[in-house]
Design a binder for this molecule. Structure first.
Ligand code: F0G
Length: 355
């Protein structure tokens, strides 16, 4: 059996890792690519789900953070900084802890999921809540990194994109070729850019026969790429992608152009419905931001633009346990009230309709 060694070692040649390179890894990458028959049935396509919630801190950010933190160490950094809607900060804090350096993390006050806040504190990140949104946090993080000896590990750092592109390598290996379409949630559009790069490299190497059409989805209240302008006050329950001024805007437009891709917006209610379908019918629990790719697929299928039998991969970017409140929410918006009975076998049997 092959033991997975993290993306830097697994893809050492592709990521320029040598024997003298620092490797800070928590074993990220090597995530499952799962068939999703319930989604195939609904759309007439051949749908697969790349479950990035299975990374060590529960999101795809770990693929980029292993590279960013390792290179920061090679540059002599003693501290890193990032702005985050929660997952980058969780990942930065964990990888910095493993490397024995400090991570300062700036997050929008009251607008990150509890699990992510918990991770930043647990890993001893220097957590600062900013009275502002993610875009404000990123501006401050960039200014601090310009003026002080702290190394920026947001996806404007190209090391992040380099690491994240490995997910596309894995998909090509797992399927034997690239899919026809790739659906992905979009915030800063760093991951959209990273997958496009990974797929493009695989096609250039002759490992795959095509580059998929890259379909990216933002929440309707935070959809600057769809609207073509900065959103000053982004809103969505999908806090991971509550971003009004994407850092990788221009790279993302290039990637869309190069892949005949698409940017779409999905309403919060559609995101929650998609999250539920994925959890209840595929067995994969993701946070709301991640379900934007699923909602996007259902939206495009309804629009009639998905050819029958097309092979489609959806990236679901973060684990549902990051933001567990949404799992307890029922379709009508009320909270689930789990049944309570006495410790009696016959009573349980009766409640379960077994008798
Ligand atoms: N999905 C999740 C779960 C995320 O946390 C993010 C971004 C995205 C999708 C969008 O990825 O920005 O590359 O387009 N989260 C960042 C953070 C902003 O701070 O954790 P993107």
């Amino acid at each position: 059996a092959h033991v997975w060694r993290g993306v830097l070692r697994e893809y050492a040649d592709r990521l320029g890792v040598t024997d003298s390179s620092t490797v800070v890894t928590l074993g990220e990458g090597g995530t499952p690519l799962l068939p999703a028959p319930a989604l195939s049935r609904r759309t007439g396509a051949d749908v697969w789900v790349k479950f990035e919630g299975m990374n060590p801190t529960g999101s795809f950010k770990d693929r980029g953070m292993t590279v960013a933190i390792s290179r920061a160490i090679d540059h002599g950094a003693k501290a890193v900084i990032c702005a985050s809607t929660g997952n980058t900060s969780a990942s930065a804090a964990a990888y910095a802890a493993h490397a024995g350096i400090t991570a300062a993390v700036l997050v929008p006050e009251g607008k990150i999921a509890m699990g992510k806040l918990s991770q930043a504190v647990a890993h001893d990140g220097r957590l600062i809540q900013i009275r502002g949104n993610f875009d404000d946090c990123l501006e401050i993080a960039r200014e601090l990194a310009d003026s002080y000896p702290v190394h920026l590990v947001n996806s404007v750092n190209p090391d992040r994109i380099e690491g994240q592109k490995t997910a596309a390598y894995e998909i090509v290996e797992q399927l034997g070729d690239a899919p026809d379409f790739h659906f992905i949630p979009v915030g800063n559009a760093g991951n959209y850019t990273a997958y496009t790069r990974g797929y493009t490299e695989e096609a250039a190497r002759g490992i795959s026969t095509r580059v998929p059409r890259m379909f990216g989805f933002q929440a309707a209240g935070s959809a600057p790429l769809v609207r073509g302008e900065v959103v000053k006050h982004p809103e969505t329950i999908a806090t991971a992608i509550r971003i009004g001024n994407p850092a990788s805007w221009h790279l993302a437009l290039e990637a869309r152009e190069a892949t005949d891709g698409y940017f779409g917006a999905v309403e919060d209610e559609k995101i929650l419905a998609a999250q539920k379908i994925l959890a209840a019918e595929v067995g994969v629990f993701v946070e709301p931001g991640s379900a934007a790719s699923v909602a996007g697929l259902l939206d495009r299928a309804e629009a009639g633009v998905i050819p029958a039998g097309a092979r489609i991969v959806l990236t679901v970017t973060g684990h549902g346990l990051k933001d567990p409140q949404w799992g307890l929410r029922l379709a009508d918006g009320t909270q689930a009230q789990p049944t309570v009975v006495d410790a009696s076998t016959s009573e349980v049997a009766s409640v379960l309709d077994l008798v």
